[in-house]
Design a binder for this molecule. Sequence first.
Ligand code: MRU
Length: 379
Amino acid sequence: MSEQSARIAVGAEPSMLPSIRWDEPPEGPVLALLDQTRLPGEETERVCTDVPALVRAIRELAVRGAPLLGIAGAYGVALAAVRGYDVEDAAEQLAGARPTAVNLGYGVRRARDAYRAALEADADLARAAAAALAEARALHREDAEASARMAAFGLSLLDELLPGGGHRILTHCNTGALVSGGEGTAFAVALSAHRVGRLRRLWVDETRPLLQGARLTAYEAARSGMAYTVLTDNAAGSLFAAGEVDAVLIGADRIAADGSVANKVGSYPLAVLAKYHHVPFVVVAPTTTVDLDTPDGAAIEVEQRPGQEVTELTAPQAAVAGAEKGGGVPVAPLGSQAYNPAFDITPPELVTAVVTERGVLSPVTRDGIAQLCVRSRQG
Ligand code: MRU
C-alpha cells in the first residue's frame, strides 16, 4: 500500500509539531506527514511510501505551506531514489503537483541536483540516493534556521513600527510550525512577540474556503497559549475600522522580482485595507520564496482549485463538521459555478516590509529584492 494513516501523540511544546518526518522502518523508508486535512480534530500521520502518494498528499493539502512544500518535495525525490524509482520522473511529478509556491520546485531541484551530481561523480545508485536524502535533510535544517532568524528580525521590526508594545496582529492562512522546518514565517514572529509579552492579541482570519486559519492557525495559537480570536475573512474591514489592528503579518508562496507577493487568497484585500487605515502590512518569508525568474506579479501562476471547495463543505471542512471525510455538504444550488483561486497577488507598493532570514527590506523595490538575493547567495 502506498499510504497509511495512524493516530499519533503530538507533544505539548508549541514548536514540536511533527509536520514531516523521514522514517526507516524495517519495511523500507517512508515519509510521514502530520495530516493537515484532519486537524484540529485528529492528530494523524499520513505515511507515504511512494511519490504518487506524496503528490496526492500535496494536492489534497495534507502537507502544505510554501517552506514545507519545499522540504516535502526534496524528501520526495529522496524517497524515489532510496526506493529505486525513476528519480527524474519523480522530480517532474512532484514539482508539478501545485504551481504557485516556488519552494516546491526549489526543494525538488535541490535533491535531484544532488542525486545527479553524485551520479556524475561516479557514485553508485545507493550513494546517489544518500546524497539526495542528505540534501533534503540540509534543506529541512536550513529552513528551521531561517525561521528563527526571521522571527528575530520580525520582532525588531515590530518594535520599531509599533513602539508602544501590546501588539494586535492580524494574520491570514497558516504560517507556523505546520508549514516549516522550524516555527514558521509570520506566525514565528507573532510567537516571538508573545514570548516576550508584547503580543496583545492574534486576530486569525478563518481563511475561506479551506479554513487554514480557523483550523490550523487557531490550533497552533491555542497550543502556544496566545490570546487569539478567529474572525470570518469578511469581518476584517470592520476590525480595521474599529482601530483594532496594529499590524498585518502574512507569509508568501512566491515573491516575484519586482516584489509582488503571491499568498493565500484574501491577502490582497487585507493589504488594501491596511493601506487605507495606515497599518503596516508585513510579509515574512525565507529567501527561498523569492523567484527572480518571475519578473512581476502578472507572471505568477495562480492555482485554481475545484469549485466544490466553495459550493460544498468538503473535506477538510467536512472533517471539522464531523461528517465523513469526502462527504460534501452542498451550500449552493447544484450546478453553481464557483471562482476558487487559491492565491492572490499583492503589489509591492502595498507591502510595508519583507522580512527574510537575511534581514528586512523596506521599501520593497526590484533593486532591493535583487540585492537580497545576491546577499543570500554570498551568505
Ligand atoms: O494553499 P496553502 O494552504 O498551501 O497556502 C499556504 C499559504 O498561503 C501560506 O500563507 C504561505 O505558504 C506562506 S506559509 C509560510
